[in-house]
Design a binder for this molecule. Sequence first.
Ligand SMILES: C[S@@+](CC[C@H](N)C(=O)[O-])C[C@H]1O[C@@H](n2cnc3c(N)ncnc32)[C@H](O)[C@@H]1O
Length: 229
Amino acid sequence: MAHDSTAAAQQFYGRWADLYDFLARATPGLGRLRAHAADALALEPGDTVVEMGCGTGANFEHLRERVGPAGRVVGVDFTRGMLERARDRIEREDWRNVHVVQADATGIEFRESPDAILATFVVGMLGDPGRAVNRWADMLAPGGSLALLDAAQTNQWFGCPVNLAFRGLVVASSPTGMDGYDRPPWAILDERVATARRALRARADETAHTEHALGVVRVTGGRIDSGGA
Ligand SMILES: C[S@@+](CC[C@H](N)C(=O)[O-])C[C@H]1O[C@@H](n2cnc3c(N)ncnc32)[C@H](O)[C@@H]1O
């Protein structure tokens, strides 16, 4: 089952990589949210930052700006088509300190502990987001930071029309549409996004949480004190 959903996600993102890349770059306000997520990592020049589920690399410029030429950015994704766009971007911009790896973000291991890990619009796709967040926290250098950027239904009082529109968007952007779920995909997304945040709060010494876009987008960042080998 997990294998089926992995294959469906890879097929879906592989097929729509060009459109995704366009939307990732051109959607108004998204760049600001990405900058906000990068800020939540409190990066310093020279840091190594890993982006899990990096897609076409829309966050790279924000991360690279913060770690500077002496730092490193490593993007991880399991979809070849998305990584091809990310590689094109790296070549076009001549970013020597940005690299991508094709791998499963929930199983990858690094020889050296990164200083920070970012995942944007990813934990909602994971079968066990709490486990993934815990793994990522374990992987970090002591005092390292972890930040998540996600969309889920809003809890604001005016949420009804916003959530109706959001549900349509979730179905359109789900690798299997409404098929293969025992509950509506937006309910599963809400739960995964919340589970990932609970796991992050449980591991973090300090956390910061902000909401944007009518409460649909959440940015949560934390400094992990018990991480590292
Ligand atoms: C919605 S896109 C987000 C891409 C990028 N983070 C962004 O903000 O534009 C989700 C990405 O996560 C990747 N992904 C999902 N699950 C993954 C996993 N277990 N391992 C690696 N990549 C994964 C997909 O291939 C896709 O590129």
